[in-house]
Write a protein that binds this ligand. Structure first.
Ligand SMILES: [Zn+2]
Ligand SMILES: [Zn+2]
Ligand SMILES: [Zn+2]
Length: 356
């Protein structure tokens, strides 16, 4: 994630900010221009704003309709769509007549907006359900039904369901422990599930099935049987030699979605590291594998190597910082060479640089 600065007073601003703490200007995010802008109200036109950002391409904007619930800070050109691109992807939002749902929905929106930000930075195609009713991307945010049933988080033909209880920290952490996972976050769910969508779009419909099968295995293996086997027997003991995560061993589709999610974790975090000018240069050794300066754009095309080379020392440093605070590791994973090869595949798939 990029850092922003207030166009009125130069205060550092963050992606989710809605007002400048120093000068008080209302702030809104310009998705197409990728800038967070201080805003001035257009006189005589209620709810219409003029951005101070010089990147703005329309003369005036309105807030996305979900700003009314503090669930979105993105702007749309005045006279255009009611919802921003990120919110147009919502098919079902929680029933807001229940108090705690609003809070949970806002947490889901924060994660979803970060996801859509990264998809846009990577120039990935995003087809809404209106544009592609059969396979377009859409979200259902669903609470569990009153009959005691459980909503399952998952993906089907572009439709991503996220169980609302995942926005409850206590429930999510309990699930993480119960499932024996090292990492479980809302943003992680979004990045994983959207990986299934992009498998359809880029691998299946993009003519890359042979290369995919050579690296990840044959996805025609019975999916339900594979998941059942995974939940009964668990991952093979040496899974870390070949997979990014335990769950990636369940089925080639899950391996792809897990790898995809890690790729988004990595490029997104590297962008933040770059925004802060981070470098790692440890003093106890001159091992070049432990040095990095994150001075490149991780969303730009080019080889995967610089990304992997920057990521490893950065994770060592941040994991150590977390341990110093008594927190669990920031990135509790080891990337063995086959897992890095799959990440490089995702990188080349996204940038259109896979061999045909
Ligand atoms: Zn300001
Ligand atoms: Zn919105
Ligand atoms: Zn999955």
């Amino acid at each position: 994630m990029k850092l922003f600065a207030c166009q009125s007073c130069n205060q550092v601003l963050f992606f989710e900010n809605t007002a400048c703490e120093r000068c008080g200007h209302t702030l809104g995010y310009l998705p197409a221009e990728n800038d967070l802008s201080a805003l001035e109200q257009v006189a005589g036109e209620d709810g219409t704003w003029r951005p101070l950002s010089t990147a703005a391409t329309a003369p005036s904007y309105r807030f996305c309709a979900n700003a009314a619930q503090n669930a979105c800070n993105w702007l749309v050109p005045a006279g255009g769509d009611a919802y921003c691109l990120a919110c147009q992807l919502n098919r079902t939002i929680p029933d807001l007549s229940e108090d705690r749902h609003l809070d949970q929905w806002r947490k889901l929106e924060t994660a979803k907006h970060r996801l859509v930000y990264t998809l846009m930075r990577l120039n990935l195609p995003i087809a809404t359900r209106q544009e592609d009713p059969e396979g377009g991307l859409a979200f259902d945010f669903l609470g569990d039904p009153p009959d005691g049933g459980k909503v399952l988080t998952g993906h089907q033909d572009g439709l991503i369901t996220i169980a609302l209880r995942e926005a409850d920290d206590a429930q999510r952490e309990a699930m993480r422990v119960e499932m024996g996972e090292q990492y479980r976050t809302l943003l992680g769910h979004f990045r994983h599930e959207v990986g299934h969508y992009y498998w359809n779009v880029l691998v299946r419909d993009g003519g890359h099935l042979d290369g995919f099968r050579a690296l990840f295995g044959d996805e025609r293996a019975d999916y339900q049987a594979a998941l059942q086997h995974h939940y009964q027997v668990g991952a093979p003991p040496n899974w870390q030699d070949n997979f990014v995560s335990d769950y990636a061993t369940a089925h080639p589709w899950e391996d792809f979605a897990e790898t995809w999610a890690h790729y988004l974790h990595i490029v997104s975090t590297l962008e933040t590291a770059r925004a802060y000018g981070l470098s790692v240069d440890i003093h106890v050794s001159d091992d070049p594998a432990m040095q990095t300066e994150v001075a490149f754009n991780p969303y730009a095309p080019g080889g995967f190597e610089p990304i992997a080379q920057a990521w490893l020392p950065l994770t060592y440093a941040i994991n150590s910082l977390n341990r110093s605070m008594g927190q669990i590791d920031f990135y509790p994973f080891v990337l063995a060479p086959p897992a890095l090869e799959k990440l490089a595949y995702v990188h080349n798939l996204i940038h259109g640089t896979l061999p045909a």
